[in-house]
Design a protein around this ligand. Structure first.
Ligand code: FPP
Length: 290
């Protein structure tokens, strides 16, 4: 199957990019730090909120594209714990926008068999937002297609603190004095329990930061930073990110393909033909981490 069997290209650029996407090697989970709404608006001499409105449009296109490509999981960083520091009017607008989005897009989300999940300290969100989220999650709970995870009032360190406290509660409640946690135990107590870790982390607007997003889960994620501001992150920009991801070799701290292993061992044959190491130790000179 070709990617263009899943998604009708709207123009030549999309058609060319779709040709390059292998639908069998898509990431299981794409996580996106949507950044640059304010700058997008400023460049047009518009109020910041106009950037957020345009950002919703971009989010809609990305969500629908990922669902059509049968991506198992997409996480969007919509509101961080730090975002409360913005002017109250902007915070209120973002909350209203989210409710508006849920109300308007729910039929499309349901039609596309998408399951909505929200991660973060939801208890601190305004009552009306909490109710709309709960309704939307209930209405999509049985959907079997893409999981759309919206990070709202989310912080990566707060998530880890919440996970450790949940574990401590469990230990105390059950008197487990000999309890020891392993990596799986910690993963199982995160907001994202049961979801695959992101394979691809996208950040828009050129900033080279992870901004307290999914700190535990992105341990081995490929990172893709684009200069495009979030409202300009069109379907074509998403396809570019997927093409770039598919060109990368993921090693998880190992040596990857036989070709890479041969290079590391200084074995000329099967490597790049330009010779191997010069110190003759036979050990890799590459750092051990992935
Ligand atoms: C970053 O722009 C974006 C946000 C603060 C998040 C809000 C996201 C949206 C409104 C997109 C819609 C999302 C959903 C799930 C419907 P910024 O204000 O930080 O931009 P700046 O860095 O240029 O100021």
């Amino acid at each position: 199957m070709k990617a263009s069997d899943l998604l009708k290209p709207a123009n030549r650029e999309e058609a060319e990019l779709l040709e390059k996407v292998d639908p069998k090697r898509l990431p299981n989970h794409v996580a996106i730090i949507m950044d640059g709404n304010g700058r997008w608006a400023e460049r047009r001499h518009l109020p910041r909120v106009a950037g957020h409105r345009a950002g919703v449009k971009a989010a809609r296109e990305v969500i629908e594209t990922c669902a059509r490509l049968h991506l198992p999981c997409l996480t969007l960083y919509a509101f961080s714990l730090e975002n409360w520091r913005r002017p109250q009017a902007e915070v209120d607008f973002l909350m209203r926008l989210l409710r508006e989005y849920l109300k308007r897009e729910l039929p499309v989300i349901r039609k596309n068999n998408i399951r909505l999940l929200v991660i973060g300290r939801s208890a601190q969100l305004p009552e009306a937002v909490r109710k709309d989220i709960a309704d939307a999650m209930n209405l999509t709970a049985r959907n079997t297609g893409m999981k759309l995870v919206v990070a709202l009032n989310y912080g990566g360190r707060a998530e880890l603190a919440d996970a450790f406290n949940a574990l401590l509660d469990h230990i105390r409640a059950n008197g487990l004095s000999a309890f020891r946690a392993d990596e799986q135990t910690i993963s199982d107590h995160l907001y994202t329990a049961g979801l695959p870790d992101p394979d691809l982390l996208i950040r828009t607007s050129g900033e080279m930061r992870v901004s307290n997003f999914l700190l535990w889960q992105i341990a081995y994620a490929e990172i893709y930073v684009t200069e495009a501001l979030w409202p300009d992150f069109s379907r074509a920009r998403l396809l570019e990110a997927l093409v770039d991801y598919q060109k990368r070799e993921r090693r998880y701290g190992g040596l990857g393909s036989p070709r890479a292993r041969a290079t590391a061992a200084g074995n000329v044959e099967g490597a790049d033909g330009r010779g191997g190491r010069s110190d003759g130790s036979g050990r890799s000179s590459r750092p051990a981490r992935g």
